[in-house]
Ligand binder design. Structure first.
Ligand SMILES: [Zn+2]
Length: 258
């Protein structure tokens, strides 16, 4: 296919120095999936390329190239400034960026993923409940990419879940109380009725226990499918397992609203 000059929106996922003046960056583009670019003279020109910011970019697209592409032009469209005002918001956006990066391949076109990320970054800046925004993002990502499996009924008897749900750790499959053999992970059925509500876009009332259980389930599936641990996750959780972000949020939001 002949290369053509294209223009698209792109969110910055990764960057590192290439030389004194150049940068290597990974963008999630709206129309061409994830692409690695070299930006010559980026530092000389004083252009700030920030994680999670959205740019409009111009480059020569060669399908199946997979190597470094030279970025011709870029300008900032949305820097999501609200996310840079607080440490906890920055941690949350870093985590979502790392998660999305870990679950995607170079040049795998997916406009839904791009829109999902844009929506997440926007909601993060205005929401008062960061855990809820993160859980929804994790869930949408896993569902969209097909990493959540069948969560609506027991994998053996095909009945809906009534009280407790049992997760077989070795294969990630879910069973009811009657059919479960390896009872290593147990979840309340409330988690799965909530999953159905979220899938259908119904409003959900998040109790503290529901958030905790949903996190345990989603993090199981994330770890189950990823080969290496996510570096940014430690910033979301203290050593005792309590969430840091809810503690920091009250302090951060005070600064913003009072
Ligand atoms: Zn069953």
């Amino acid at each position: 296919m002949t290369p053509s000059v294209v223009r698209t929106s792109a969110i910055l996922l990764k960057k590192h120095d290439y030389s004194d003046t150049s940068l290597i960056v990974t963008f999630l583009t709206r129309d061409f999936g994830k692409i690695q670019f070299i930006i010559k003279g980026a530092k000389k020109k004083g252009t700030a390329f920030e994680y999670g910011s959205c740019y409009e970019i111009l480059f020569r697209y060669r399908q199946g190239h997979r190597g470094l592409t030279l970025l011709r032009e870029s300008h900032l469209v949305n820097g999501f400034p609200a996310l840079r005002k607080s440490v906890s918001l920055f941690y949350c956006s870093s985590y979502a960026i790392e998660l999305l990066d870990a679950f995607t391949e170079i040049e795998d076109e997916d406009v839904v993923l791009f829109e999902m990320m844009m929506m997440f970054l926007t909601q993060l800046g205005i929401s008062r409940d960061l855990e809820e925004v993160i859980r929804s993002f994790e869930l949408r990502l896993l569902l969209h990419l097909g990493f959540l499996g069948e969560t609506s009924f027991c994998q053996a008897c095909k009945q809906s879940f009534r009280s407790k749900v049992f997760l077989e750790e070795k294969n990630g499959r879910l069973f009811c109380e009657n059919c479960a053999r390896n009872r290593s992970e147990v979840f309340p059925s409330e988690v799965f009725t909530t999953l159905e509500d979220l899938k259908k876009g119904r409003p959900v009332k998040w109790s503290e226990n529901l958030k905790k259980e949903m996190k345990r389930l989603l993090w199981f599936y994330i770890d189950f499918h990823l080969e290496k641990p996510l570096k940014s996750r430690k910033f979301l959780t203290e050593s005792n397992g309590r969430s840091v972000i809810s503690i920091q949020l009250s302090a951060d939001r005070k600064r913003v609203f009072y």
